[in-house]
Design a protein around this ligand. Structure first.
Ligand SMILES: NC(=O)c1ccc[n+]([C@@H]2O[C@H](COP(=O)([O-])OP(=O)(O)OC[C@H]3O[C@@H](n4cnc5c(N)ncnc54)[C@H](O)[C@@H]3O)[C@@H](O)[C@H]2O)c1
Length: 377
């Protein structure tokens, strides 16, 4: 967390020089949402609300990693005097939407300036119908065979796996979870309550990725959901423009090692090779989200592609980088993978998701695991 904080440049106008904008970050405890929260606090000088879904510590188990990350983020917010409230619960529920609406009305002047949507979840219950949807990671139309990287007793192994294509209502189910429906519901809920500030701006995170992963990602069920999310942005953008002179965009980000992305077949191999090719030129989420905040707040111009999307993935998708990754991908076997991919980095990134391999931490020191939820800072 401290290294993420250090990576964010100081704000252009110092936050004490103006009123802090009010932001709502959905998915604030991990991956891109955590980066949005930290970059938002330091670079854009936000105050507001972070929402995530984490498990509390019990007598037998420590809490989930995002619980402790939220406590650490709350400390950072406290140190800079940013008024943040941390809510733990289901962002898909109307109850959470109402809790946020009440907080905005009571504590944050009744006006929301920014909403960043970075929820990644396997399931969602539609509050209107009570129907529970489950997302799947499958190709569409035909089975897909791909190389994949697994670790057996800690040793890297390249395998071929075949994933069966979507069947039945797999596509609809995935779109219902990871498409734009819940994002739109948030905007409608807060808009109906008159809580959107003039010029309100919202961004939801999307991914396109490489031709190497296209069959399972962008052309697959999750890609259908991202297509829906991007179409939702266009509808919301028109609506917000009329309502409050506001704006909705998707932000297409680069590949990163997160709890969600490591669940996708072939993504581990792809990201390991990408790091092998790019080294430190791989732009981490915190760098991308600093850029996003700069564009959303007007510190730098907002640059959109022809489909109205902010593109923070250009470093990943240049022809040179993709050709080099594809070359290594085709050469990759269990014997060669350690030379082609940066597996030490990948392994450490996965460990860091759970709090291990963090530089500067003494893992022999006793720690208190019964950390309280930070509520308000
Ligand atoms: N990881 C990548 O490579 C990558 C690349 C580009 C875009 N994205 C997109 O970024 C977004 C976030 O993905 P990530 O990889 O950072 O995920 P992540 O797993 O690291 O984080 C997901 C966050 O969502 C929260 N969450 C999950 N279910 C919730 C619920 N029901 N209610 C409230 N909060 C909930 C979690 O607590 C966590 O804070 C997704 O839209 C993803 O497609 C990811």
């Amino acid at each position: 967390m401290a290294d993420m904080w250090q990576a964010v440049p100081d704000p252009a106008p110092a936050p004490q020089d103006r009123e802090r904008p009010v932001a709502l970050i959905l998915g604030s405890s991990a991956g891109y949402g955590l980066a949005a929260t930290i970059a938002g606090l330091k670079r854009a000088g936000i105050r507001g609300i972070g929402v995530c879904f984490e498990k509390a510590p019990t007598e037998r188990r420590s809490a989930t990693a995002g619980w402790y990350r939220t406590a650490a983020t709350a400390d950072l917010a406290r140190q800079i005097g940013a008024d943040m409230t941390w809510l733990n619960g289901d962002a898909f529920s109307d109850g959470m939407k109402e809790q946020v609406a009440e907080l905005l009305a009571q504590r944050y002047g009744g006006k929301l300036d920014y909403l960043i949507y970075s929820v990644a979840a396997p399931r969602r219950t539609d509050p209107d119908t009570g129907t529970a949807y489950a997302s799947v990671l499958k190709p569409i139309g035909a089975p897909h065979r791909t190389k994949t990287l697994v670790f057996e007793d800690g040793a890297p192994v390249i395998r071929e796996v075949e994933t069966a294509p979507a069947e039945g209502d797999d596509i609809e189910q995935t779109v219902a979870v990871m498409g734009g429906a819940d994002w739109e519901r948030w905007i409608d809920h807060l808009g109906d309550r008159g809580l959107l500030a003039d010029g309100f701006t919202t961004a939801a995170l999307s991914y396109i990725g490489s031709p190497l992963t296209a069959a399972i990602y962008r052309q697959g069920t999750i890609g259908a959901a991202k297509g829906h999310l991007e179409a939702t942005a266009r509808t919301l953008n028109e609506r917000l423009d009329k309502l409050v002179g506001g704006r909705a965009v998707t932000s297409v980000n680069g590949a990163a090692v997160t709890q969600s992305s490591t669940a996708i077949p072939s993504i581990a191999l792809y990201v390991g090779l990408l790091r092998g090719v790019l080294g430190d030129s791989l732009v981490p989420p915190i760098g991308q989200l600093t850029d996003l905040w700069d564009q959303l707040t007007g510190t730098t111009p907002l640059v959109l592609d022809n489909d109205g999307r902010v593109r923070l993935d250009t470093w990943e998708l240049t022809d040179d980088v993709q050709a080099a990754v594809a070359d290594r991908w085709h050469q990759a076997t269990t014997a060669t993978i350690s030379d082609l991919a940066n597996l030490d980095w990948f392994h450490a990134e996965v460990q860091r998701l759970y709090g291990f391999s963090v530089p500067g931490v003494d893992y022999h020191a006793a720690v208190e695991t019964d950390t309280p939820w930070p509520t308000t800072t």
